[in-house]
Design a protein around this ligand. Structure first.
Ligand SMILES: [Zn+2]
Length: 274
């Protein structure tokens, strides 16, 4: 490393720079507008106690029959998703150890009543955004996971990216990613609100890593419905007898049956690592 580079590094290391900071969950409108108490979402029961429930109620063969000998590897599965999330976290830690900072991008499209429609809109915007290997040529390695939340407005999807690279690359991405995303959305006829996008360049890699690799079934810490429901919340509510949650969970299962959605839609892919 040259002296010049060493001289420049502390400025990057001392600060977390946010292009636009928007805590995703807080901007969702409250579920109850009449002053009614927000419903509390139960914690997901232990995998052991939810197994018989899924065996009886799931439409996914893998989830019904998942066992230690024959894991279904679905990211909707309480056993396999936890295992997958911890593998992902280990891979990301190894990658992050080689870099001073990480750029965390949260890129979303507007909610839709149909999960498939929301997925198509997100995928089209992403394809336009990453066209001509735009991210690949401006980072050394990158990780993406798509997150799914069910809200009063329908399904809300967003891509969570972790990007590693040199100083100049990451600053360029910090400044250009959100405008490019919004532009990509308008080119593909997708609605994406400027406030729904978020870019942070930070040396605090472990926070970004834990957030991004938490897995589809992770629940919101506060367990109230105002933040939108994660697939883990939906399963816990379905288990507790909530009919709306059961319907949403079954929509998720149907979506995951479509070839190509099972893996791609849940992301969790790391590209470019050494
Ligand atoms: Zn499984």
């Amino acid at each position: 490393m040259t002296a010049t580079t060493q001289g420049m590094l502390p400025a990057l290391l001392d600060d977390t720079i946010a292009y636009q900071r928007w805590p995703f969950t807080k901007a969702l409108p409250p579920v109850h507008s009449s002053g009614e108490t927000q419903s509390v979402i139960p914690s997901l029961p232990s995998p052991g106690s939810i197994k018989p429930f899924l065996n009886e109620n799931s439409t996914l063969r893998g989830l019904k029959l998942c066992s230690r000998r024959q894991p279904c590897k679905s990211r909707l599965c309480p056993w396999c998703s936890t295992r997958k999330a911890s593998q992902t976290r280990a891979d990301l830690r190894r990658e992050a150890a080689q870099h001073a900072s990480v750029l965390n991008l949260t890129l979303s499209v507007s909610s839709s009543p149909s999960l498939s429609d929301a997925w198509v809109a997100l995928a089209a915007t992403r394809a336009e955004f990453t066209r001509s290997r735009w991210l690949a040529t401006k980072s050394t390695s990158r990780f993406r996971q798509t997150e799914v939340t069910h809200t009063e407005q329908g399904w809300h999807l967003h891509d969570n990216w972790l990007l590693f690279g040199d100083d100049d690359q990451l600053h360029l991405l910090l400044n250009r990613s959100i405008p490019r995303w919004l532009d990509s959305a308008s080119r593909t006829g997708t609605t994406a609100h400027p406030l729904g996008q978020h870019a942070t360049l930070t040396p605090h890699k472990s926070d970004a890593l834990s957030y991004t690799s938490k897995g589809l079934l992770a629940q919101h810490a506060s367990h109230t419905s105002a933040q939108g429901r994660t697939p883990g919340d939906l399963l816990a509510l379905f288990h507790a007898g909530d009919a709306d949650a059961a319907e949403a969970w079954h929509e998720l299962e149907s979506f995951f049956k479509i070839r190509g959605h099972r893996w791609v839609a849940t992301g969790g892919n790391l590209w470019g690592q050494k």
